[in-house]
Design a protein around this ligand. Structure first.
Ligand code: NAD
Length: 734
């Protein structure tokens, strides 16, 4: 498999074309990088070659680095992974620097060969770091292309010179959104921001690149940072203007990350320290911080969950071996909040949709939801009028079940009521073909029970979406007792079509995500009732990387939903129901009419426009704050363990069948502290023995809900961890 080809034309311009055989997108591997280096050597050494173009044979340039390369660098280091990673990264720097210098005399800066990057489309990560060391970056005017450095999104930072070069090219202030937020731009926006040098019509790309190569002078090849008297745009950190940038950036990073993401801190350090020294030393500093980061357990865990395992699940790692089950026509029953969202994501993915509700107005209203999202897209120039028309044309809103004929998948999203769902199941099965798969979007009712209403329980499955459907990335697929492999494969193929991430779990109360998030909310509420300062509860959660504190989360999901779930759970569990203290708070809030954000009143106060203000000042009167407050760490342990122990129990009970799904599902489903890589990764990070000790202490003070599950105790006793015991080679830490 070759990744790069090389050809020299009659005018002496060599073109290195990146076109990985058998892949739709170029991704950099170790052998590919070595080949690129060899081809650059070849072009520089050949006296007949005047200059080089680095481009792609695909519609895009590159998606970035295969992060397994990093994992391999680490593994290759044996007892000294830091040395191996540092040397590997410095080796990459040497190649990139070779491209940048292009054979010029480092003193006179003369005699180099021009090297231009010609980008037909998307250029991400190393796919932009390579262009950044070329002498000019020319991109095709392709509005679908994305250009940027998204590394920070998976817990690392651009470590192949991108951090140092971008800061020196644009200045720290302008580079900050690209480096710290992983901002991606279209070619035109990238040119306007100074990220790339030129945008041309797609058909002119290669000719313009060649023209530039043939016309380039010695001075055109010298990067500003290699020229005498270089000053960083916007000022270096010790310059008054630059100083302000760094103070601001540092505060912003801490505000956003709460100090729990090591990547942002390491990036800022590399930028700050690198700005004080000459370029080659700055690259060395960048490499040291990058190595430091890669050896941080948080970045390994984030890469493992958010990149490697997320992608593996999306590519069907847990899909039963079944023929292709691509969905052509989906019937959605219930056009309420969920049904409307499911209709939109399906039609948007090119699937024909029949959207059914009991009344025509309700069905139409469900379709209008898609229209509203598409209109918003048009106003943001993300959607064309043509695309809107296409998507809407795929949705038939009706009350007629007969319209479901020909559907190969049904997603039921009617009221959460066993009898109504059973009736709908029978009505649907009377009109669809015998191969049609029936999925329910229930959040609380057991799939196995619902399947009793079906004449084909092996074709009955749970497909549990999260709200809002168009934004949430996770979909839980639930296997009932009778669910067959084809139904699971169908659900997985459908989730792939709508470009979300699936996890497959067995049927049990609240499945996986809700099972873990409810105890988190409950623990927060319990603390409030105990007299813990509500600000402490909320901040403790955020300082441990949860996107929302438990009280804010209840406000967002609504207090009456909490009341409803509490009543139903109490009914189902009878005397074993453990959450009386929580219910007392929820019911009191409901009595005060404080139903959450939607009522503009909940645990927080809201202004008339619905903007969240501070915590409600009536809280202290209802639940007086105790004079003695717990330590921050103790509050954090309670909030984390409430979720994490449920994840362990779900694994122990066989609800979770794959630990990758436990971690990926937690981050994407309810935003579980992403820096940790997920609940099971977090337990591995602190070690099972310490986790058991924390559980024992919490059990003594707060009760049996913190009892360490037998599986966790066993890991602690044997000195084992989750990923060693349950992870296949592919799922071990990067
Ligand atoms: P909703 O009340 O907004 O919508 C339900 C829709 O179903 C209504 O439009 C109603 O008219 C329609 N309907 C009721 N009976 C019908 C029938 N016999 N035939 C056709 N249409 C009928 O509810 P929702 O929030 O969209 O929830 C729907 C389902 O999704 C429930 O099972 C719920 O548990 C589940 N769910 C909800 C969420 C959430 O956050 N709201 C998340 C995941 C799953």
């Amino acid at each position: 498999m070759t990744d790069f080809s090389y050809a020299v034309d009659a005018d002496g311009v060599a073109t290195i074309t990146w076109d990985t055989v058998g892949k739709s997108m170029n991704v950099m591997s170790q052998p590919a990088f070595e080949l690129l280096s060899d081809l650059v050597d070849k072009g520089l050494a050949d006296e007949t070659v005047k200059g080089l173009i680095i481009t792609s044979g695909k519609k895009d340039f590159a998606a970035g680095m295969d992060l397994n390369v990093i994992a391999n660098m680490k593994a290759a280091g044996g007892d000294n992974p830091a040395k191996s990673v540092f040397e590997g990264v410095m080796g990459m720097h040497a190649v990139m620097r070779k491209i940048e210098r292009a054979g010029m005399d480092p003193k006179t800066l003369k005699g180099g060969k021009p090297i231009v990057a010609a980008l037909p489309g998307t250029a991400l990560g190393i796919g932009l770091e390579i262009p950044l060391c070329c002498h000019r970056i020319i991109a095709a005017d392709n509005p679908r292309a994305k250009i940027g450095l998204p590394e920070i999104m998976v817990g690392i930072f651009p470590g192949a010179g991108g951090t140092t070069r971008l800061t020196r090219k644009m200045g720290a202030m302008m580079a900050a959104p690209y480096l710290l937020e992983g901002k991606l731009s279209t070619p035109k926006a990238a040119k306007a921001g100074g990220l790339i040098d030129e945008v041309v019509a797609p058909q002119d790309l290669q000719a313009r690149a060649k023209e530039w190569v043939l016309g380039a002078k010695d001075a055109d090849l010298v990067k500003p940072w290699d020229a005498k008297g270089y000053k960083m745009p916007g000022g270096a950190p010790y310059h008054p203007a630059g100083f302000m940038t760094f103070v601001g950036a540092s505060a912003m990073v801490h505000g956003k990350t709460m100090g729990v993401y090591p990547a942002a801190k390491a990036l800022l350090s590399a930028v700050y320290e690198g700005a004080l020294v000459p370029f080659d030393t700055a690259l060395r500093i960048e490499a040291r911080w990058f190595t430091n980061l890669l050896l941080n357990p948080s970045s390994s865990a984030m890469i493992r969950s958010l990149f490697i395992n997320k992608e593996a699940l999306e590519k069907g790692a847990v899909r039963p071996a079944q023929p292709d089950q691509t969905v052509k026509k989906v019937g959605i029953i219930g056009a309420g909040m969920m049904g409307a969202g499911i209709a939109y994501v399906s039609a948007n993915a090119g699937i024909e949709v029949v959207l059914i509700d009991a009344k025509q107005e309700a069905a139409d209203k469900g379709k209008t939801y898609s229209e509203a999202i598409l209109d918003k897209g048009i106003s943001r120039k993300k959607v064309t009028a043509e695309k809107k028309a296409d998507v809407l044309a795929r949705i038939t809103a009706t009350t007629e079940y007969a319209a479901l004929a020909g559907c190969d998948l049904i997603v039921e999203a009617v009221f959460e009521d066993m009898a109504i769902k059973a009736e709908v199941t029978a009505k649907v099965e009377a009109v669809v073909g015998p191969d049609c798969i029936f999925a329910t979007n229930t959040s609380t009712l057991p799939i196995t029970d619902l399947a009793r209403a079906s004449a084909r329980p092996e074709q009955f499955v749970g497909i549990h979406f999260f709200s809002p459907v168009d934004k949430m990335l996770l979909v839980e697929i639930i296997r009932g007792k009778a669910t067959g492999d084809r139904a699971v494969a169908k659900a997985l193929d459908y989730v792939r079509q709508i470009r979300k991430t699936p996890i497959v779990v067995n049927d049990a109360r609240f499945f996986y995500a809700n099972r873990c998030i409810i105890p988190y909310i409950n623990e927060g509420i319990r603390m409030l009732a105990e007299g813990v300062e509500p600000v402490l509860i909320e901040n403790a959660a955020k300082l441990v990387g949860m996107p929302l504190g438990p009280l804010q989360l209840v406000d967002e999901t609504s207090i009456d939903l909490g009341v409803k779930i509490a009543r139903a759970t109490r009914l189902a569990m009878g005397d074993a129901y453990p959450d009386g203290a929580v219910d007392a708070v929820l019911f009191a809030m409901a009595d005060h009419g404080r139903l959450g954000k939607k009522a503009n009143a909940g645990f927080y106060s809201y202004d008339e426009a619905g903007k969240r203000q501070g915590l409600w000042d009536g809280l202290a009167a209802a639940w007086p704050v105790a004079t003695e407050q717990p330590e921050l760490t103790e509050v954090q342990h309670r909030l984390l363990m409430a979720q994490v122990l449920e994840a362990v129990r779900a694994l122990e009970e066989g609800v979770l069948m794959d630990i990758r799904e436990g971690d990926v599902g937690a981050i994407l489903g309810w935003g579980f502290a992403p820096w940790s890589g997920g609940p099971l990764s977090w337990l591995d990070m602190i070690g099972a023995a310490r986790a058991v000790a924390i559980c024992d202490a919490l059990t003594t003070t707060y009760g049996a809900r913190f009892t360490a599950p037998a599986l966790l105790r066993d890991l602690a006793e044997k000195g084992d961890d989750f990923y060693s015991r349950f992870g296949s080679a592919a799922t071990k830490a990067a």
